[in-house]
Design a protein around this ligand. Structure first.
Ligand code: M1P
Length: 270
């Protein structure tokens, strides 16, 4: 379980929550498809909007990817992402930063243990070795702090190869079929399987979806927790936090739509 470490030092130039226009409100954002196009960099307009929003509400990023990838997508040279938002949550909050400082959290390997993890990894590699799809690249399992990410084509696929796999998967249900088999095989581990992107799926313990990140802000007294995401449908990796009773969920269709909604709800009003 996550523990909330009190970090009350607001860096120079950053207003404490109490001095913002809506002191009890936080806006949380998914990354791919919400702040940027999948795996691509966010546009300057998005950075400007988040900066302006931070004067009004607290701002959090909650991505399924690890923070390294999120940083690449939301990079501004010279200023680390964790210093530009109030909270940065990678891997659904299993890696967590508040005001530039890392918070304590949990890990997938601690949860399943070495033996079970070995069985899981061996099973995945065996399954994929027998899977016939048009092309394969490298890095089929990515071991992360809070989850394992599994990709039938491999994470080294190029943007074009990603797009092609996504279409192929939609027609042939490659990920869906693999998830069904894996769910059956590892029922005892109580794992959740989530398709959050184009070429892979995430595997993590029940409850370690994006709602996990809410543990880190639980003691902060926010009364309005807005969440913006594109995969808010059942089975999408924004579904649980979007439907959670603690949040006010907003479905977006693209980064442009996120900007439109932010303008309407906050930026043009306060
Ligand atoms: O953030 C959404 C997903 O982004 C990536 O998915 P893919 O590589 O399949 O497009 C992964 O980092 C995945 O873990 C994440 O949920």
């Amino acid at each position: 379980m996550a523990t909330t470490t009190p970090v009350d030092v607001f860096p120079a130039g950053v207003k404490p929550f109490a001095e913002r226009k809506l002191p009890k409100t936080i806006c949380m954002f998914d990354v791919d498809g919400t702040l940027s196009l999948p795996r691509l960099a966010a546009e300057p307009e998005m950075h400007a909007a988040l900066k302006k929003l931070r004067e009004i509400t607290a701002v959090a990023i909650v991505g399924g990817s690890d923070l390294k990838k999120i940083r690449e997508q939301l990079d501004i040279p010279g200023v680390d992402l964790v210093d530009r938002v109030d909270y940065a949550f990678g891997e659904n909050g299993l890696t967590a930063y508040k005001l530039g400082k890392e918070l304590k959290s949990n890990s997938f390997i601690q949860y399943v243990g070495e033996e079970e993890y070995k069985k899981l990894a061996n099973w995945i590699l065996r399954y994929l070795s027998e899977l016939d799809i048009p092309i394969k690249r490298g890095t089929f399992i990515e071991f992360r702090r809070g989850m394992v990410n599994v990709s039938p084509i491999g994470r080294n696929a190029s943007t074009e190869e990603r797009n092609d796999f996504e279409k192929y998967d939609l027609a042939h249900g490659i990920r869906k079929t693999m998830i069904e088999a894996m769910r059956k095989e590892f029922e005892h581990l109580k794992l959740t399987f989530s398709i959050g992107g184009q070429i892979s799926f995430d595997v993590f313990p029940h409850g370690w979806d994006k709602t996990y990140s809410l543990n880190h802000i639980a003691d902060e007294g926010f009364t309005d927790i807005h969440f913006f995401g594109d995969k808010t449908y059942k089975g999408g990796n924004d579904y649980e936090i979007f439907t959670d009773e603690r949040t006010i969920g907003h479905t977006v269709t693209s980064p442009t739509d996120t900007l439109r909604q932010l303008n309407e709800l906050f930026l043009s009003k306060y």
